[in-house]
Design a protein around this ligand. Structure first.
Ligand SMILES: Cc1ncc(COP(=O)(O)O)c(C=O)c1O
Length: 385
């Protein structure tokens, strides 16, 4: 462990779906609403709204925040997903820099980026590590903004004893196959707000929400089969998270005392669930080049990856080449009057510096492999120190 286990429990629930003759909640299937309720309960949220992917949840969440042409949404600059969801609505992503050691959005820099056009903040709990979400929510709510927590990496991760995804207004989870709960594909929005649950339910969920729907909406429903596997996998999730945390510990121990390879830091009372174990490589400040580090890692047989995408989200061609809809939208939308749609070099200097330094271990694979990788990492550090 952890390996993907699909066993008798999954088959039992799938048989229940097939026997019902109904593969959709639209026609009265009940598995999706069961999964929504159980997922929400597991996190301590009032509502869950199931969808076919986390991008659908983010899309619907940004819509629920009222973003559209002429508005702005604050995003973090490592992952591009919040910015993409923003641009789906012809709105403009405005990036807030990260803290170099937590790798998450720096709350102290948010206020300077809020304008009269801002509608929401999309904050990622990067690699599974909780962002200082209480501070972010406090700032956002003082300005009347919706907080959308991107928890695609952070299933059952906690901050101050409470699951991430339940601090802000909406939490978005991914069940894409590489994620902690891999269902092939799928997503879930959680919220404590009846109003936001109804807004998300326009696009996904079991149709109790869509019964009162009005206006344009997308069909992002989850199938009953996915929900059935989701219920079974959710029962296994706490044990899997324990395994992922134990795997992350192997790497933490391997780098202990090393001044130039510093594990991603949390915000105090927190528990990451480590979609990735992450660290910052600061060897250049200690006379160790990145090339040497990568060479020695390879020689020792340690398969850690380095640098993630190598660039901040705003350097993505989608934003730099202003791809989008015709007529200059979304980034040069004629209804946009602000200057937040400019993405020069140096916009988020910390993210630009830190992203190439990010060292990642994908945790969801056999523990024995990680034990070998952690040992190899330890040898690499000894050789270079
Ligand atoms: C941080 C983050 N947000 C959102 C997504 C989108 O998830 P999905 O593939 O379920 O749409 C991903 C997927 O990799 C992700 O890593």
């Amino acid at each position: 462990m952890p390996t993907r286990v699909f066993g008798e429990r999954e088959l039992e629930l799938l048989r229940e779906v097939l026997r019902s003759g109904n593969l959709s909640s639209l026609g009265g299937g009940t598995m999706t609403s069961r999964f929504e309720a159980e997922f929400a309960r597991a996190l301590g949220a009032k509502h869950g709204v199931a969808m076919n992917a986390a991008m659908s949840v983010l899309h619907a969440s940004v819509a629920a925040a009222g973003a559209g042409a002429g508005t702005e949404v604050i995003c973090d600059p490592v992952c591009v997903f919040g910015a993409v969801a923003t641009m789906y609505h012809n709105a403009v992503p405005v990036f807030v820099d990260i803290d170099p050691y937590t790798m998450n959005m720096d709350p102290e820099q948010i206020e300077a980026k809020i304008s009269e056009r801002t509608k929401a903040i999309v904050v990622t709990h990067l690699w599974g590590m909780p962002a200082p979400i209480d501070r972010i929510v406090e700032i956002a709510h003082r300005h009347g903004l919706i907080v959308i927590e991107d928890c695609a990496h952070a299933l059952l991760a906690t901050y101050k004893g409470k699951c991430v995804g339940t601090w802000g207004d909406i939490g978005s989870f991914s069940f894409q196959m590489s994620k902690q709960l891999g269902l092939g594909d799928g997503g879930m929005g959680v919220t404590n707000s009846d109003e936001l649950a109804a807004a998300l339910g326009l696009h996904g969920g079991a149709p109790t929400f869509t019964a009162v729907a009005h206006g344009l909406h997308w069909n992002y429903r989850m199938t009953e089969q996915t929900a059935a596997i989701g219920i079974a996998q959710l029962e296994r999730a706490p044990a899997i998270m324990e395994e992922l945390i134990a795997i992350a510990r192997l790497y933490d121990q391997a780098v202990e005392g090393c001044p130039w390879l510093i594990p991603q830091r949390g915000p105090g009372d927190h528990q990451s669930t480590y979609h990735f174990w992450a660290a910052g490589f600061w060897g250049d400040k200690h006379g160790i080049t990145r090339a040497d580090f990568q060479r020695v890692l390879a020689e020792e047989g340690c398969g850690l990856t380095m640098g993630y995408t190598g660039m901040p989200a705003y350097k993505h061609p989608l934003l730099q080449e202003r791809w989008g809809y015709p007529k200059g939208c979304p980034l040069d939308c004629p209804r946009y009057t602000g200057s937040g749609n400019r993405y020069p070099d140096g916009l988020c200097p910390v993210a630009e510096d830190v992203i190439p330094r990010i060292v990642l271990a994908y945790t969801f694979s056999e523990k024995e492999g990680h034990e070998r990788a952690a040992e190899a990492l330890r040898r690499a550090i000894t050789r270079l120190s």
